[in-house]
Design a protein. Structure first.
Length: 242
């Protein structure tokens, strides 16, 4: 896993408190609602693991960052948490029914991760990476993206991350729209939880703080409001083990 991927640990509690969770509809589409043994790979603070458990799945969470695992342990007691990475999964062969990845597959090294995911999955098991992406069709969200940059991963109808054969079937996509309530005065915290902010220099961080603060104070959809509904699209790719 790349160095920027490991930048979140210093902001683990902030990340957990402000990042959007995943709609149950996305999990149901990806792996169904019948209880399964599921690996949440690159689990972070357990935002996706919590949804998986709420649906009824038995969850094993694997995460390389110690600080992220510590928050996950507090937030999701009873979830099995393991140190490990997508390129070195600490599980036996064919030991899980499904592998899901929330907001992390773009950090993986596919040529190393895909054989590992294939190895731990049961025959015909499901692999489903997913991303929460801001919906820029709403003007104030587009303005925010103009400041911090667009979230390009995941929104295309075709898989963008290279070949998945001979390990998996071709990815089948789904786009699931939902909204997340965000306190208006915490929009900057949402930005501060991003790797691009965490790895930026002080001048760039100051620019982001200033411009996001100005947006929250002056945009007609945001100014004077305690909270706002932030539209998202969850992009899910579903594939089966070959």
């Amino acid at each position: 896993m790349s160095t920027p991927a490991l930048s979140f640990g210093s902001a683990a509690r902030l990340y957990d408190s402000i990042r959007p969770t995943y709609p149950m509809r996305a999990v149901a589409w990806a792996i169904g609602t019948t209880p399964l043994r599921v690996l949440d790979l690159g689990a972070g603070t357990g935002l996706l693991a919590g949804v998986l458990r709420a649906v009824g799945h038995d969850v094993i969470a694997v995460e390389p960052d110690e600080q992220m695992r510590a928050v996950a342990a507090e937030r999701h007691p009873g979830t099995q948490l393991l140190a490990g990475s997508a390129e070195d999964i600490p599980l036996p062969d064919e030991s899980v029914d499904a592998v899901v990845v929330g907001q992390a597959y773009h950090w993986f090294t596919p040529q190393d991760a895909l054989p590992q995911i294939h190895r731990v999955l049961c025959k015909e098991g499901v692999f489903a990476p997913m991303w929460n992406i801001r919906d820029d069709r709403t003007p104030w969200v587009a303005a925010l993206s103009g400041i911090v940059g667009k979230e390009g991963y995941g929104l295309e109808s075709a898989w963008q991350y290279g070949p998945v054969t001979p390990w998996f079937t071709e990815p089948e996509p789904a786009l699931i729209e939902h909204t997340v309530t965000v306190p208006t005065d915490r929009l900057i915290d949402l930005v501060r939880s991003r790797s691009s902010y965490l790895t930026a220099n002080a001048a760039e961080q100051a620019r982001l703080d200033r411009e996001v603060g100005a947006l929250a104070a002056t945009d007609p959809a945001l100014a004077g409001r305690d909270s706002v509904e932030m539209p998202h699209t969850t992009c899910v790719y579903r594939m089966r083990r070959l």
